[in-house]
Design a protein around this ligand. Structure first.
Ligand SMILES: CC(=O)SCCNC(=O)CCNC(=O)[C@H](O)C(C)(C)COP(=O)(O)OP(=O)(O)OC[C@H]1O[C@@H](n2cnc3c(N)ncnc32)[C@H](O)[C@@H]1OP(=O)(O)O
Ligand SMILES: CCCC(=O)O
Length: 446
């Protein structure tokens, strides 16, 4: 029996024994994206009545949590989230979740330097290999920093987790783990691709026109960037590279269609670089034991200097609204949290700083609310309480279904004119009147 198998045996315990280490007042690094903790979550939920003031650091939840069901009012566990998914948004609407305003690239440093204490890391892993390594599967993100900082490391083994190749930081070794829980076959969360609308296709078409063979792409979170991924798969582009934050199903389609080779990249040549992946089984099967994908910690993937070492880096991200001066809000509607800053600003910055790089902010020109009323996403001022995700000097191209414009170096009147031309025609007259009041409308504008 190898040393590592013996060590595994000593650390193996039941879920209840493992969560027994948690005490009131602890900070726990908890589930993130496809790294869910179905078994430890159930065990911890059973301890709800006896625990107080537990801080859970989580994000981009892809499965609902037993501890939220056991504590719907948040009297025992606080949900501190670095990015909201639709599930986290529900917790927030219940008054149950809080946001940590951060650029995603900064999360490892936040864990290492800004949290007063990190008591426990709970992380899902694939089964141990013969060298004593537990692979982190599709979520590398901030787990290396978390293991470095946490006083206690608990792993939950999922037999269904793919083995993801990486640059560094994609394994934990049994020697640094305190408790091992065997979760059996708990599957991977399945996130279906959102159907592509005709408006998504129109917007994506404007970006597609600007893509060139050999570009290195980053597609952001949400429906629209993934529509573009589908359209790239159907195009005749070739030798695309990938240096991104989130890997989704459309990258598999682009790969299978022969659009991606990563051969023109300046770093990680031949490899699709990402920090977390979420999608359907097709994506997890693609990652499994595939040396052409490389998972890295987020302070590598999203670092502007590292990402922009790739020439022709093109970032394509979605937004919720933009004001006439070019300030972009992608995370709130007024004061109401929708998602988070994520890696949007990281990649807007990195793409612009890459030789030949370009950054695109894309959005449908309108939003139809539950009452059936249409609202313009291009607004004179951002909705009161909205936060600025990308400051106006950072923003380069903006696209809606009415076209695309470049805001870099544009004056305030040029910005107003260009953005009003991207608005739905029903709102343009009103926007011009407001621009006049804001003194950003030039009489000869059209
Ligand atoms: C991932 C990478 O590789 S890097 C960086 C990418 N990261 C980012 O860009 C971070 C910021 N961006 C985001 O989080 C996303 O792109 C978003 C939120 C802008 C768009 O994401 P999508 O999933 O396409 O958004 P969607 O249109 O489904 O809207 C999300 C929610 O906001 C609501 N919403 C959207 N616009 C409005 C609006 N104008 N008014 C009210 N509600 C709105 C929707 O109804 C939906 O709510 P629900 O799911 O609770 O019912
Ligand atoms: C933080 C993960 C998601 C995003 O960047 O949008």
């Amino acid at each position: 029996m190898s040393t590592w198998v013996k060590e595994y045996g000593k650390k193996l315990c039941t879920p209840d024994q493992a969560v027994g280490v948690v005490k009131s007042g602890d900070w726990i690094i908890y589930s993130y994206a496809a790294n869910t903790l179905p078994v430890l979550d159930m065990a911890l939920a059973k301890r709800t009545p006896e625990l107080k003031d537990i801080q859970l650091l989580a994000g981009v939840s892809m499965r609902p949590h037993a501890i939220v069901k056991a504590d719907p009012r948040g009297e025992h566990f606080t949900w501190d989230c670095v990015h909201f998914s639709a599930i986290d948004r529900k917790y927030y609407e219940m008054g149950r979740a809080f946001y940590v305003p951060l650029r995603y690239s900064e999360v490892p440093r936040y864990i290492l330097e800004n949290l007063s204490h990190v008591d426990v890391l709970m992380v899902q892993v694939s089964p141990m290999d013969q060298h004593g390594n537990f692979n982190l599967g599709p979520t590398i993100s901030h787990y290396r920093a978390s293991a470095d900082r946490a006083k206690t490391v608990i792993v939950e083994v999922n037999e269904d987790m793919p083995i993801a190749h990486g640059g560094y930081g994609n394994y934990l070794h049994v020697s640094e783990v305190d408790y091992i829980v065997e979760g059996g076959h708990t599957g991977m969360p399945q996130i279906p691709t959102t159907p592509i609308t005709s408006v998504d296709r129109q917007i994506a078409q404007y970006v597609l026109e600007d893509l060139r063979d050999g570009d290195c792409i980053q597609l952001g979170i949400g429906a629209m960037p993934n529509a573009l991924g589908q359209m790239i798969a159907e195009s005749d582009l070739k030798d695309l590279g990938v240096h991104t934050e989130m890997l989704v199903d459309s990258y598999v389609d682009m790969w299978n269609a022969g659009r991606i080779s990563c051969r023109k990249k300046q770093i990680d040549r031949g490899r699709m670089v990402y920090t977390f992946a979420g999608g359907t089984q097709k994506l997890y099967d693609f990652i499994d034991n595939n040396p052409q994908v490389a998972g890295y910690p987020v302070d590598y993937t999203n670092d502007r200097y590292i990402a922009s070492r790739n020439d022709n880096l093109v970032s394509i991200n979605n937004a919720l609204e933009i004001d006439l001066s070019g300030q972009v809000c992608s995370e709130t509607i007024g004061p109401r949290m929708i998602s988070g800053a994520g890696g949007q600003l990281d990649f807007v910055d990195a793409a612009y700083n890459s030789k030949g790089g370009r950054s695109f902010i894309c959005m449908e020109s309108t939003f139809t609310c539950a009452e059936g009323k249409q609202h313009s996403r291009i607004r004179p001022l951002l909705t009161e309480g909205a936060v600025v995700t990308d400051t106006r000097p950072m923003v380069q191209y903006v696209a809606t279904e009415y076209g695309k414009v470049n805001l870099k170096g544009a004056t305030t009147w040029q910005r107003a004119e260009r953005l009003i031309n991207l608005a739905h025609p029903d709102f343009r007259e009103e926007l011009i009147k407001e621009a006049e009041k804001l003194r950003i409308w030039r009489r000869s504008n059209k």
